[in-house]
Design a protein around this ligand. Structure first.
Ligand code: NDP
Length: 297
């Protein structure tokens, strides 16, 4: 039987709808408008596209959107001063510094200078620690989106075998923490993993976050497993031009899996939706209000 296609685009539209409802309620009941500030340093074309689309969607859900575009040569002290200013701005509830930063800037220092309560990317070391110890935190957007889709599809994930391929700080590791938090038995695979095919074949849930186009073939997938494809890779088409593919070979995996996310239209749209969800969560927490249910873990 063909796999159920998990429609991330439609799911993300639902999440944005929920966010918009909460934003409207915060305005009407408390006179508060959640605000998101995005800081972009330099002219990386992909980053410019992401920042533009984040700003557009922030406004669409009724939030305040602020963009700070800085020259590629911006001094670290000036960037830190801007972050300090945003940390203390009561109208800003979420701060996102678009990565990667130009090489002369210390990414860890910059991220860890963001107020953890406003760190809507969830990369601050305090949020990493809170997530790792099962406490309320800001959860990185891409893994949060993956978890939302998995919960929606399966209900409970308790007792399932999950394999996360990739151990980056922004996807693989937090994804594994979230699955562990939902009582999966979690394996994290990486470039040194022996017999990756055998490891993946044991999984009820496979999350691929590698950055290698179509690396996971269908014969690695346990029949009926759920496949979440985080990868975004651009490859050449035989007839010319390019197209986006994930880290799994979609056709062969979809023939075996029980459910699968497509690329594009799977995990990607959920990432921005979760950024907006995190901003509402941060705004609620900053104002002593309960975080909206269903928009965080
Ligand atoms: P990184 O490059 O930071 O990490 C890749 C991971 O894959 C590493 O842990 C690496 O292992 C592992 N890896 C590399 N080669 C292999 C291999 N042959 N077998 C097993 N593991 C391997 O990437 P990111 O986590 O930042 O991103 C992963 C993918 O997800 C990319 O395609 C990226 O574009 C995409 N992405 C998509 C997002 C979305 O919104 N949909 C958001 C963020 C990322 P090791 O540690 O041993 O080197």
């Amino acid at each position: 039987m063909a796999a159920t296609v998990i429609d991330g685009k439609a799911f993300a539209a639902r999440v944005r709808g929920q966010v918009a409802t909460h934003v409207a309620a915060l305005k009407a009941d408390h006179g508060i408008t959640p605000g998101l500030a995005v800081v972009l340093v330099g002219e990386d074309p992909a980053s410019q596209v992401y920042v533009k689309s984040k700003g557009k969607m922030t406004l669409e859900v009724g939030m305040k959107s602020v963009e700070h575009k800085l020259d590629a040569g911006t001094a670290e002290a000036d960037l830190l001063a801007l972050i300090h200013q945003l940390n203390t701005d009561p109208e800003i509830h979420g701060i996102l510094v678009q990565l990667p930063l130009p090489g002369h800037l210390d990414e860890d220092l910059v991220i860890n200078s963001i107020d953890p309560a406003k760190d809507v990317d969830g990369f601050h070391i305090s949020n990493v620690g809170l997530l790792g110890t099962g406490q309320d935190s800001m959860v990185p957007c891409t893994p949060l989106g993956c978890l939302m889709m998995l919960r929606d599809h399966h209900g409970s994930l308790s007792g399932m075998d999950a394999v996360v391929i990739g151990r980056s700080n922004i996807v693989g590791k937090p994804m594994a923490q979230l699955l562990l938090g939902d009582s999966c038995t979690v394996t994290i695979a990486h470039s040194r993993t022996k017999d990756l095919a055998d490891v993946v074949r044991r999984a009820d849930i496979v999350v691929a976050a590698v950055g290698r186009p179509q690396m996971v073939p269908g014969d690695w997938i346990k029949p009926g497993a759920t496949v979440i494809d985080v990868g975004i890779n651009r490859i050449d088409k035989p007839e010319g031009g390019t197209r986006l593919v994930g880290d799994v070979d979609y056709d062969s995996c979809a023939a075996v899996a029980g459910a699968i996310t497509p690329v594009p239209g799977g995990v990607g749209p959920m990432t921005i939706a979760c950024l907006l969800a995190n901003t509402v969560t941060a705004c609620c927490r900053a104002n002593g209000l309960p975080a909206p249910e269903g928009l965080t873990v």
